[in-house]
Design a protein around this ligand. Structure first.
Ligand SMILES: Cc1cc2nc3c(=O)[nH]c(=O)nc-3n(C[C@H](O)[C@H](O)[C@H](O)COP(=O)(O)OP(=O)(O)OC[C@H]3O[C@@H](n4cnc5c(N)ncnc54)[C@H](O)[C@@H]3O)c2cc1C
Length: 257
């Protein structure tokens, strides 16, 4: 059952110190950071799909500009997990992936955001392109115990970018959960294991044949991917009320042709 009320216990205002207690490389570019409150306090619950803002204190005591990172593991009261894609020309993502070590301190806000799962019982379709899979993971974890049908679609270039593979395979052990992975540019070794993925981009024809018409759709990913998904869903006749998305990059209106 999804509880859309956030437990406000232990909430704080502004930023609070958190310690990185684990760091896991998920694939070539994505690293997960596991964060605990420095003062050992319990954490406020969050709603699947929400994010935190993170900033770092520089050596000269100045602060970096905050960036947002979606929580990528089910709310548990003890720790938060964020999964950061290293942007070659980015500032904070590179620092978080390359420089931050276990034991280091980050400053974070409480979880916020309106891209959250609606508890309407409809078949749930979660579509993640690349790092846009992070909100889909928490939504899947949240919805799995509700018995609601869940279909996770994950589009990535190839196995080198295949984060959370084992985690998603474990989710597939639930009868109400299924997953399809698209490799848009499989490499040579992937070709030997092609039963594990669908080659190419998710086409409108595939969506028509494989996705429920009465579903509730959530998606996130690179802008061109999101534009395709949005316009395909609308042309399939899905009502806008059931077309939910989050932008990781600002500036483009994906609803415009
Ligand atoms: C609600 C929300 C949730 C998010 N969740 C996640 C998440 O779960 N995981 C995640 O990895 N990200 C997430 N993001 C994106 C994240 O907040 C950052 O925008 C991202 O990590 C890039 O930050 P940065 O400091 O590394 O890049 P910035 O320095 O802010 O640069 C922004 C972009 O510009 C490009 N750029 C910078 N300088 C140049 C240059 N000179 N030439 C060309 N390009 C350049 C960078 O490649 C980068 O893509 C989320 C964003 C939002 C709004």
């Amino acid at each position: 059952m999804i509880d859309n009320k956030v437990n406000s216990d232990n909430k704080w205002k502004g930023f609070k110190d958190f310690i990185v207690f684990n760091k896991v490389k998920e694939d070539e570019a994505v690293t997960s950071l596991y964060l605990k409150a420095s003062d050992g306090s319990k954490l406020p619950e969050f709603i699947a799909g929400q994010f935190i803002a993170i900033r770092l204190r520089n050596e000269d005591n100045t602060l970096t500009k905050p960036r947002q990172y979606t929580l990528s593991m089910k709310s548990n009261g003890e720790f938060y997990r964020v999964s950061v894609k290293r942007e070659e020309k980015g500032f904070l993502s590179k620092k978080l992936c390359d420089e931050i070590k276990i034991g280091d301190t980050l400053e974070i806000t409480v979880p916020i955001g309106k891209f959250i799962l609606k508890d309407n019982g409809k078949p749930l379709v979660l579509i993640g392109g690349g790092i846009g899979v992070t909100p889909m993971l928490t939504m899947a974890y949240d919805a799995i115990s509700s018995g609601r049908k869940i279909h996770l679609i994950y589009s990535i270039p190839n196995s080198k970018n295949h984060s959370f593979k084992e985690e998603i395979e474990r989710l597939c052990e639930n009868n109400n959960f299924k997953s399809n992975v698209f490799y848009t540019r499989p490499n040579e070794t992937d070709a030997l294991r092609k039963d594990f993925y669908i080659k190419g981009r998710m086409s409108k024809e595939w969506m028509i044949d494989n996705l429920p018409k009465d579903g509730d759709f959530y998606f996130c990913g690179p802008v061109p991917f999101m534009k395709d998904v949005y316009h395909n869903l609308i042309s399939m006749g899905i009502e806008k009320e059931y077309v939910n998305f989050e932008m990781f990059e600002s500036g483009e209106d994906i609803t415009k042709e």
